[in-house]
Design a protein around this ligand. Structure first.
Ligand code: E4P
Length: 218
């Protein structure tokens, strides 16, 4: 499973890209609202920082507007993926963009039927939201599994992109069930890395290495 970062914060992207683990980036209007600067410049900089699919979301609501905005976004860089919400207008816009070889990430997907529609319209990625489903008392992981299974036999290159990830457990569950990608907020990357036994073990190795060096020197 590929790991994407879910943020528009350039500093965070730069830091995590330096770990060598990022295969792509997702953004959305709410994430962009948390940072300053011109949107197009932010997308361009993200494309410089990470060599992989970079999702940039349309804010237009009708299909014609989505197509026009999508084309503008796609023209920024070959790695841009146009993110479009799951709706009738979104499906229609996706079909047009896909027919012009512009990749689409269909977002705000919560069910397998929605995912099948997205895949049928030509979406390259489908993004089931795990955490937001949990928020309303359902199992986001079960819903994600339904999507993964429903698209198993689907005759296209559509990839399941697990989104709205809130914990490292979400990431592991997504990996175990065979989701293609998980897009992960920066803070969850740090949680994935940290373990007290790793820290204790490293401290002991450092102490023992220092003690040995002192003995050799003396
Ligand atoms: C990414 O593609 C989604 O927009 C994002 O993961 C949503 O996450 P949230 O539910 O934490 O806002």
């Amino acid at each position: 499973m590929k790991l994407f970062i879910d943020t528009a914060d350039l500093k965070e992207i730069e830091t995590l890209a330096a770990w060598g683990v990022l295969k792509g980036v997702t953004t959305n209007p709410s994430l962009l609202a948390q940072v300053d600067g011109d949107e197009m410049s932010i997308y361009r900089r993200i494309c410089e920082l990470v060599d992989g699919p970079i999702s940039a979301e349309v804010v237009a609501s009708g299909r014609a507007g989505m197509v026009e905005e999508g084309k503008r976004l796609a023209a920024l860089h070959p790695n841009i993926v146009v993110k479009i919400p799951t709706s009738a207008e979104g499906l229609a816009a996706t079909a047009v963009l896909a027919s012009q070889d512009i990749p689409v990430n269909m977002t705000l997907c919560f069910t397998a039927p929605q995912a099948l529609l997205a895949a049928s319209s030509g979406a390259r990625y489908v993004s089931p939201f795990v955490g937001r489903y949990d928020d309303i008392g359902n199992s986001g992981i079960d819903a994600l599994r339904e999507v993964v299974e429903a698209l198993l036999g689907f005759d296209s290159e559509v990839e399941v992109l697990a989104a709205s990830i809130r914990t490292p457990i979400h990431v592991i569950e997504a990996a175990k069930m065979g989701a293609d990608i998980a897009t992960i907020p920066p803070k969850i990357f740090y949680q994935m890395l940290e373990h007290p036994l790793t820290n204790i073990g490293l401290e002991k190795f450092n102490q023992d290495a220092a003690a040995r060096q002192a003995r050799q020197a003396g």
